[in-house]
Design a protein around this ligand. Structure first.
Ligand SMILES: Nc1ncnc2c1ncn2[C@@H]1O[C@H](COP(=O)(O)OP(=O)(O)OP(=O)(O)O)[C@@H](O)[C@H]1O
Length: 614
């Protein structure tokens, strides 16, 4: 039986992923780099406790643990036995030696009949194998969504709603958003999707004005609105964009927010989902607000929902009041959450086909200055590698493909990166913080990997070395030289005392004898006060989610990299506003377009099942 399953490899006999003392199938699959020590450990411990000796059952449990580690909610054991990919990661590795996969026939049934299932350690459902916690969470999300969809629609004054929608979403130019906003206003639970610049935030701003007006018109108290996002940076961006929309000067053909709208929405603040739900020290999966202590808000809007894991969605759904509106906003084509689940994509897949307005998709691009970038992103979404390659090689200055063996082009890229870094450094040395920040945000170098020749670490070092050579000083990771004027930085952990969020970016700027880090949209800090920072000459595509730059260079790894997926490529390309350069072989481009970052999950199927159409 052939296997094309992602494997780790290591020559180090002491590699921490090797499970000491493992035997039988667990040993074989650990040696082959399919399972890590943690997968094996959990399977062995739980099986030993209940006295389960069947090696194939033990292997199945280890694979379920592995699946969660890789972002899936469950595992399709049949997918392995069929050969081909594991269905979850879709990863490559076809040249590795064949593995002794148990026959798919009866494998899941044996697990279902085992004491491990009896004791609810694992669950077999929908032909999939779950660890108990994820099975519960998936069913809870399904049950809560179904209950919300079956609940009566919130009352609205239709005439007033239509009237105000015409003012807030005027004419043909805003027709798509008007339809979406009206549909959202008339429902308790909705999903609003769209890629970058499709007008999602504009729609949210108008929608909130509509809802606040409705509440006031109904004579009730002021509408309580929660704006939340998975990261602080995304929350800050939403707050800023909504405030910009509300405060925009009157202009013919544009949304017209009145002083009454502004009064009703004054003081609107966005925050992280964790903060909204009430983080509890020592627990990342339980919050202060839950089913017995619901959130007080009448409307809860969540932006960047693609980054929300199954667990967090479960916690959100149990905390939102059953009669409060919930609006989930995001781009289901982007990379999914770091933790297990692909909830937004599942909601869209499970509810989108109903065509009843629960899912509204915004498709018109209002931002990209380049139609070539828009076409490239669309071709990636369509999974059409020929169209993607045609777009990349059409000679449009806005999109470009650079072959990694093209030494001259790579040298030119390095020169350009150095020039860009020198520009930033020049402004930073001169103490021009605003100029340095703007220059730093003009270009982003995005990598799939952290390590290796196409990884963030390598390119950060390379740019620092060249910058140092050009500046005549040593700059870089060594103690005492890591802080320098012009160092672009990425904040990697929330720091509530400083008001800094994971994902914030900035530049180090000279202030007389001292160095200060100026963070975009935030204050400046003595560099000694910053703890969790990384250098940002290059960053991972994952970390770039939720931000855009004028120009983007994407370094694709070779086609065997398991990280190379359509979602990664799409996310990277859509970070660019004006120009995108892809460094990779045509084979890597093809592999990226064709390989889905599929996460095994049963949520879409559960939702497709028996949700009432309302
Ligand atoms: N119907 C429209 N006509 C013209 N311009 C629009 C329209 N809708 C939005 N815009 C403008 O397009 C830009 C992008 O809109 P918006 O920020 O609402 O998109 P978004 O989907 O939230 O983007 P992102 O996900 O990248 O934050 C904004 O400058 C906005 O003012």
């Amino acid at each position: 039986m052939t296997t094309a399953i992602e494997r780790w490899t290591s020559d180090d006999p002491h590699d921490a992923r090797r499970a000491l003392g493992a035997t039988g199938l667990l040993r074989t699959f650990n040696d082959a780099g399919v399972l890590t020590a943690a997968d094996v450990h959990v399977a062995r411990r739980t099986a030993d406790v209940v006295g389960e000796d069947d090696e194939t059952v033990r292997l199945a449990v280890a694979l379920a643990v592995r699946a969660v580690r890789q972002g899936s909610v469950c595992v399709d054991l049949g997918g392995f036995a069929d050969g081909g990919s594991d269905g979850a990661s879709g990863a490559a590795g076809a040249e590795a030696a064949p593995l002794p996969w148990p026959s798919a026939d009866g494998w899941l049934d044996r697990v279902a009949a085992s004491p491990l299932a009896e004791r609810s350690v694992v669950r077999a459902d929908l032909g999939l194998l779950y660890l108990d916690r994820y099975w519960r969470e998936e069913r809870q999300v399904r049950d809560d969504v179904v209950a919300r969809l079956a609940a009566p629609a919130p009352p609205v004054d239709d005439a007033l709603l239509e009237d105000s929608a015409a003012r807030l979403f005027p004419g043909d130019a805003y027709a798509e958003q008007r339809v979406a906003a009206l549909s959202t206003a008339r429902r308790l639970t909705t999903v609003l999707t769209g890629g970058p610049g499709r007008g999602k935030t504009t729609t949210v701003a108008g929608l909130l004005a509509l809802l606040a007006e409705q509440a006031e018109h109904a004579g009730g108290r002021r509408l309580r609105i929660a704006l939340a996002a998975p990261t602080g940076k995304a929350a800050a961006r939403m707050q800023e964009a909504v405030a910009d929309s509300l405060g925009a000067l009157p202009e013919a053909g544009r949304p017209e927010f009145t002083d009454d709208d502004r009064r009703r929405l004054a003081g609107l603040q966005a925050g992280t989902l964790h903060r909204l739900l009430g983080s509890r020290p020592g627990s990342s999966t339980r919050f202060r607000h839950d089913r017995s202590n619901r959130l007080p808000h009448d409307v809860v809007v969540v932006d960047e929902t693609s980054m929300v894991s199954l667990t967090l969605m479960a916690r959100l759904l149990e905390a939102v009041r059953p009669d409060a509106r919930l609006v989930l906003v995001g781009d289901p084509d982007q990379l999914a959450s770091v933790e297990a689940g692909a909830v937004l994509a599942d909601l869209v897949a499970g509810l989108g086909e109903r065509g009843d307005g629960v899912v509204s998709a915004l498709v018109t691009d209002h931002r990209s200055e380049s139609t070539a970038i828009t076409r490239l992103a669309a071709a990636i979404q369509d999974g059409d590698p020929d169209a993607v390659l045609a777009e990349l090689t059409a000679g449009d200055g806005a999109v470009e493909l650079v072959h990694p063996d093209d030494a001259a082009a790579l040298a030119a890229l390095q020169d350009e990166l150095t020039r860009h870094a020198l520009d930033v450094r020049g402004l930073a040395l001169a103490g021009d913080a605003a100029g340095a920040l703007a220059a730093a945000e003009r270009h982003r170098l995005l990598c799939a990997h952290r390590e290796g020749p196409w990884g963030v670490a390598h390119w950060n070092r390379l740019v620092e070395r060249r910058l140092g050579e050009a500046s005549g000083v040593y700059l870089g990771a060594a103690v005492g030289t890591e802080w320098y004027a012009g160092r672009p930085v990425l904040i990697t952990a929330n720091d509530y005392s400083l008001g800094l969020f994971n994902g914030d970016t900035g530049v180090v700027v000279a202030d007389g004898e001292h160095l200060r880090a100026h963070i975009s949209g935030c204050a400046s800090f003595a560099v000694s006060r910053l703890g969790d920072v990384e250098t940002l000459h290059a960053m991972t595509v994952h970390k770039s989610q939720g931000s855009q730059a004028e120009e983007v260079t994407v370094l694709l790894p070779d086609e065997t990299s398991p990280l190379l997926t359509r979602e990664l490529f799409y996310t990277a390309v859509t970070r660019a506003r004006r120009r995108v350069r892809v460094v990779g072989t045509p084979e890597a481009v093809r592999a990226a377009v064709l390989r889905r970052a599929r996460r095994a999950s049963g949520l879409a199927e559960r939702l497709r099942g028996d949700v009432p159409v309302g």
